[in-house]
Design a protein. Structure first.
Length: 222
């Protein structure tokens, strides 16, 4: 078989390789997402400063980190981690994500014995339902899609199942918004950030012990 027969471009692909504007426009969009997340990072920091003493202690030494990539399941992405505290044993992070062709999302990611939920499970699940969160049901804590094997709506979860999920080594809740609502992204993500902070408050009534300011900070997986 000849090389020409093996490597063939469709009409659409041929149009793309001759059109440099679309790739330049993509970069402009990614830059705008970076600017959007930079503004959100400042908003999140301000909201955190207004919280209770144990939250102020937890957040005060953590800066936001914005990461960009080209190939999460084949597509570009931008992530903001704030707050973001990682170690080999424990994780406490709020991750905001733009995923090209998919959605904006915001996720609370807890991992390790230090961050096991302590609140009343009925109260916690009711809160998640009232605020339309999704609960991670996957065994892989680094997946970000909202497929049924990764997330379920809080409305579909019973208290017993929720309690079992909370006993795993990690726990994640998330919300998403379609990209077509770009102009609403700041409001949606800021509101969701506050909802996550409120969930933390009712999840860790002993917050001064759990959210210690000296908790180590390191890198993370995607």
């Amino acid at each position: 078989m000849s090389i020409e027969a093996k490597i063939h471009l469709s009409t659409f692909e041929m149009e793309l390789i001759r059109n440099k504007e679309w790739i330049l426009t993509k970069q402009v969009i990614i830059d705008k997402v970076g600017n959007l997340f930079g503004g959100l990072n400042e908003n999140f920091k301000e909201m955190s400063r207004q919280e209770e003493v144990f939250l102020q202690q937890f957040y005060k030494n953590t800066g936001g980190k914005i990461s960009k990539g080209e190939n999460y399941e084949g597509l570009p992405y931008v992530m903001l981690d704030y707050p973001a505290m990682f170690s080999r044993e424990n994780i406490f992070a709020i991750r905001t994500m733009f995923w090209w062709g998919n959605f904006f999302s915001i996720t609370l990611h807890l991992s390790g014995d230090r961050f096991k939920l302590e609140g009343d499970f009925d109260e916690l699940l009711t809160y998640l339902k009232e605020n339309n969160f999704f609960i991670c049901v996957s065994e892989n804590e680094w997946l970000h899609n909202f497929g049924t094997s990764n997330y379920m709506s809080a409305w579909e979860c019973g208290t017993k199942q929720f309690e079992e999920i909370s006993k795993k080594n990690f726990f994640k809740i998330s919300k998403k918004m379609e990209l077509g609502k770009w102009d609403e992204a700041t409001e949606f993500l800021s509101k969701s950030f506050v909802e996550i902070i409120d969930f933390i408050k009712i999840s860790f009534p002993g917050g001064e012990r759990v959210l210690s300011p000296g908790f180590p900070k390191a890198g993370s997986g995607l």
